[in-house]
Structure formats: C-alpha cells, structure tokens
Design a binder for this molecule. Structure first.
Ligand SMILES: Nc1ncnc2c1ncn2[C@@H]1O[C@H](COP(=O)(O)OP(=O)(O)OP(=O)(O)O)[C@@H](O)[C@H]1O
Ligand SMILES: [Mg+2]
Length: 326
C-alpha cells in the first residue's frame, strides 16, 4: 500500500535546519492497522504529513520518497511524493491531530460534506441525492443523520470527531492516516471511536495508520507497530510479538510504563527527556537515557536491521538475522 524509502525531512527555523524525520524506511501493507508510537515531539505528526504529502514551508523533504499504490474496484492506482494530492479523499485520507479545528465553525455539517465530495464523484447526482448517500453512510456508522443539520459547536467533542472520521472515510479511501484520533476524549468516547475506526477498516478492507502516544491504544487495535524515537524508528514489528518481547531498550521501557489492571506496584517511568532535535547526541540518540548503553552507542548510529523475520530494530545489542536485510 505504502512504501517509505529512506525518508529524511526537516523544518527551517531561525536557528537553522532541524531534522525531524531521519532515515525512515518501511512498508505499510494492504488491509493492516499500523500504529506509530513514541513520546511527544519525536516526529510522528511530521512523518504523517510527509506520508500524506502536505509539504509546505517550513517543512521540506531532504531525501527519499513515499510511494502509494494499490487497487480499488479492480482499478490500480499509483502516486508518489509530489503528486499524492491527486489521490486525496478517493485513495488516501487524513484525520489531522486536533482535527476538531478542521471543521468550519460557521458551516453546517451537511455543507462541509458536500464541499468535500468532488463533483466528479457526484456525477449527475442532485444535492439531495448526494446528501441521502451521506445520510445512509452516517447511519451505517451509527451516527444520527441529525448531525448534518448541526453546526460544529452544537456537537460534543466525541460526536465531532466521529463526524470528521465519517467525512474522511465517506469515499472509502484505501488508506486512512489518523493522527491521535482519540486524544483529549474521555475513555468511553475513545473506545467508541477506536471501535468505529476498526469496524470501518474491517468492513471496507482498507489500511489504517494510527498515530498515538498511548501504547494501550496500539495494543488494542494495531496489527503492527513502529516505535519512533527522536525522528527515527527504533523498532518495528507485529504488535503482539513486540509487546510480548520488545527488542529495543526504549520499547521495553515504554511497555513497562503501562499500567496493568490489578497490579498495585508502581509503574516505572522513563527517566530523562528525549534529546533536542536541533543538536542531537552523536551515536544512538537513545543512549543518554539507555540503561544498557556502552561506549559504541555514544559513537556510532545503530543501523535499523531485521533481527527476526518481520522484526526490525536499531540497537547495538542486537544482531542482524543472517541473510536478511532491513
Ligand atoms: N512548523 C514547525 N517549525 C519548526 N519545528 C517544528 C514545526 N512543527 C514541528 N516542529 C518540531 O518538530 C518536532 C516533531 O514535532 P511533531 O509534531 O512531528 O511531533 P509529534 O511526535 O507528533 O509530537 P506530539 O506527540 O506532541 O503530537 C518537534 O520538536 C517540533 O518542535
Ligand atoms: Mg503529533
């Protein structure tokens, strides 16, 4: 579905260029739920913007590219960095972080739906016929069609987020990129939204990429997960395997910081803070916080290697599987 090849991206700032995405290289497969995890500021949103091809100053791509390809209703499609925009809505859609602000506050939702559906998709349809299709879709998602007559401020945060997801998925895109879709919502609403996303994914057999700093969300709904640290993936693999046996010391710390029901012992947080992206440490960027760091870690950047089939990590403590390439 998506091939990400040696991607590097940076922001221009008054202090110079800040490299926020660094040598990211991975694939996202058809019909999977892929999670991107990592602490605040590690570059998750920036990576997603690059995947969706919203590159505008001060963000720039320094190297690499993203290739989107697949098939919809028997028709192949292909787009890559620079022209992914032509596949927006129809093949790929994006639910931005703090998505609530993407809705126009002075337009009823029905107008926002009509605005987002390209005329080419409406064909000879009248406005009423298009709205009837939207209504049927909302009902399918267990959303009351009444939301169409509402202004965004009349809806609760959870309803607004559902409406945004409905808007982003109405054209049944093959790929949905969702950035922190449940952050800032209470746990019950959060659960409802996650269920809505996974139900859609199963029903339409599309691919869902979900960014969240909440490892619990990843554990619940993702098939594979990539853990980002300071602009790069430090580990990537099937979620169940990664949670059962994390390979990278950072993944291990993230997972052991998760609360366990019934366990009253204190959870261990991760000491220290991620390094500044402006002036990162040489060698492994996690080394200053890593309990297992040794001399080589402060000198040499570890390669992102395949340690076992389907399991990738970047750590000097790990050995590459013989004959495998990341
Ligand atoms: N427009 C910008 N100009 C300069 N630097 C930026 C800009 N946007 C983001 N950054 C920097 O890029 C880094 C990564 O930001 P990004 O928003 O991608 O992180 P994130 O992992 O999504 O964080 P969060 O979990 O808080 O959403 C941060 O250090 C941030 O300060
Ligand atoms: Mg973000």
């Amino acid at each position: 579905m998506l091939k990400i090849e040696n991607l590097c991206a940076s922001y221009h700032t008054i202090d110079g260029q800040v490299h926020v995405v660094k040598d990211v290289h991975f694939d996202i497969f058809d019909n999977e739920v892929f999670g991107i995890a990592g602490e605040s500021g590690c570059g998750k949103t920036t990576l997603l913007r690059v995947l969706y091809d919203i590159i505008a100053y001060p963000l720039q791509i320094d190297s690499g590219r993203v290739v989107l390809s697949g098939e919809k209703k028997g028709q192949p499609f292909h787009a890559e960095t620079g022209n992914i925009r032509k596949a927006w809505w129809k093949h790929v859609s994006y639910v931005p972080q703090a998505a609530q602000s993407v809705l126009n506050p002075i337009m009823k939702l029905k107008e926002q739906f009509l605005d987002s559906i390209p005329l080419s998709d409406r064909g000879e349809e009248s406005k009423e016929q298009t709205l009837a299709r939207v209504q049927a879709y909302l009902e399918e998602l267990s959303l009351s069609p009444d939301v169409l007559e509402a202004y965004p401020f009349q809806l609760s945060g959870g309803m607004r987020q559902r409406a945004i997801i409905a808007l982003a998925t109405f054209m049944a895109p093959s790929l949905i990129l969702a950035d922190e879709p449940t952050t800032a919502l209470d746990v019950v609403v959060q659960r409802g939204i996650l269920m809505m996303l996974t139900r859609l994914q199963k029903q339409y057999r599309n691919t869902l990429v979900i960014v969240s700093h909440d490892m619990g969300v990843h554990y619940q709904i993702t098939d594979r997960i990539g853990i980002m640290y300071s602009g790069s993936f430090v580990e990537l693999g099937p979620t169940a395997e990664l949670f059962a046996e994390p390979l990278h010391p950072y993944s291990r710390m993230l997972i052991s910081a998760l609360p366990v029901v019934g366990d009253k012992s204190q959870r261990v947080g991760i000491p220290g803070r991620p390094p500044s992206l402006k002036d990162p440490p040489p060698g492994c960027r996690f080394a200053p916080r890593c309990p297992q760091a040794f001399e080589r870690c402060t000198q040499e950047v570890p390669r992102f290697i395949q340690v076992r089939p389907g399991r990738f990590a970047a750590c000097h403590l790990l050995k590459e599987e013989v004959g495998a390439h990341a």
